[in-house]
Design a protein around this ligand. Structure first.
Ligand code: FAD
Length: 317
């Protein structure tokens, strides 16, 4: 079922929950992540997102003191995991699809694979600039921004493939995109960022999932500004549970977000109880969002499945 159908059907029935998981590192067992899915399955998630990762450069010191450079995808497996979650666990799955690191031709192939696997939901993302220069064959074409990718996927919904083909079968994807309540780090200001978000909606995106935030006021204000800018699609809040003192620095650095004073102060004063404090904070955030009838609460799971299970179980009781 499309994500938009989940959202429509759940209208007046209380909030839905959805989860975002990350494929295991190259060489690790896929069962690790399937164990996470099995742990979360009893919570009846409306859907599960699976992230996608392009190639990056990895460096290793050689015995002679030189540096060895290898280019590879650290976390492959998005398509396969989506197929298993959709077909073995019967949970609707959202495959993340990236511009950077993939040609339009590779993207079209991936979308055909996903369609054959019964997956009809994608989150269209630009991705972050790779730490190496990728060479593409001259005949390949590229999507530079997420709105270009949305346009490509929306074209497939009308049977428009890159090649001029006769009698094509349309690929009917529900398309989501990312939004940043505290602004995307490259945008000059939030107003411009929201104008660029609108390009994605105008190109055919049907809902927005937000970057994590720890202060709900950021989300409420963002939704209001999006509505003022003429964006009418559902905006799904993304929540992450903070679990350690280290994350007081690593999360703002990685995700360009701000952490509220009371949360930082409490964790700094009680570092040994960071996980408990973070859990309580995320529960309170989710509860307030649900009381304000958000379309769904989306949890970034990473390594936090047991904590998220407890939070959602409590919210559902
Ligand atoms: P865009 O919407 O293309 O925006 C990128 C920047 O360009 C913004 O500053 C925007 O304002 C600006 N911009 C947009 N259009 C134009 C234009 N025409 N001219 C000038 N400027 C423009 N990354 C991964 O690698 N894998 C994942 O699976 C993944 N999942 C994510 C899930 C969510 C919910 C979120 C919020 C982020 C995710 N990311 C993921 C991170 C994301 O790829 C990065 O944040 C990336 O830097 C931006 O992606 P975007 O799709 O928002 O880009």
């Amino acid at each position: 079922m499309h994500i938009t159908e989940h959202l429509e059907r759940a209208h007046n029935k209380g909030s839905l929950f959805s989860f975002e998981i990350v494929p295991p590192s190259r060489g690790k067992s896929g069962q690790e992540i399937l164990d996470v899915v099995e742990m979360l399955q009893p919570l009846n998630p409306a859907w599960i997102d699976v992230t996608s990762h392009s190639s990056s450069a990895h460096y290793r010191e050689r015995n002679d003191g030189g540096l060895e450079r290898k280019i590879f995808r650290k976390r492959p497996g998005t398509l396969g995991l989506c197929g298993i979650i959709q077909n073995r666990y019967r949970i609707d799955t959202v495959a993340h699809v990236l511009c950077l690191g993939f040609s339009k031709e590779e993207t079209e192939d991936a979308l055909i694979e996903l369609n054959f696997l019964g997956i009809h939901n994608v989150l269209a993302l630009r991705g972050d600039t790779p730490n190496f220069q990728k060479d593409y064959a001259k005949e390949k074409t590229l999507n530079l921004y997420a709105h270009n990718l949305v346009e490509q996927i929306a074209g497939l919904k009308t049977g428009k493939f890159l090649e001029d083909l006769d009698s094509t079968q349309p690929l009917n994807y529900c398309i989501g995109v990312a939004g940043y309540p505290e602004k995307h780090y490259e945008a000059a200001n939030l107003k411009l960022d929201i104008q660029n978000l609108k390009r994605k909606i105008d190109a055919g995106a049907q809902y927005i999932t937000t970057q994590m935030f720890f202060d709900n006021q950021h989300y409420f204000s963002y939704v209001a500004q999006c509505r003022d800018a003429g964006i009418t699609v559902p905006i799904i809040p993304g929540i992450k549970v903070i679990r350690s003192v280290k994350q007081l620095q690593s999360l703002p650095k990685a995700f360009h977000i701000d952490l509220p004073d009371p949360l930082v102060d409490e964790i700094t004063a009680n570092p040994g109880h960071a996980a408990e404090i973070g859990q309580r904070w995320a529960h309170k955030q989710a509860e307030e969002l649900m009381n304000r009838n958000v379309p769904s609460v989306h949890f970034y799971v990473l390594n936090d499945a047991p904590i998220i299970y407890d939070i959602v179980k409590k919210l559902q009781s």
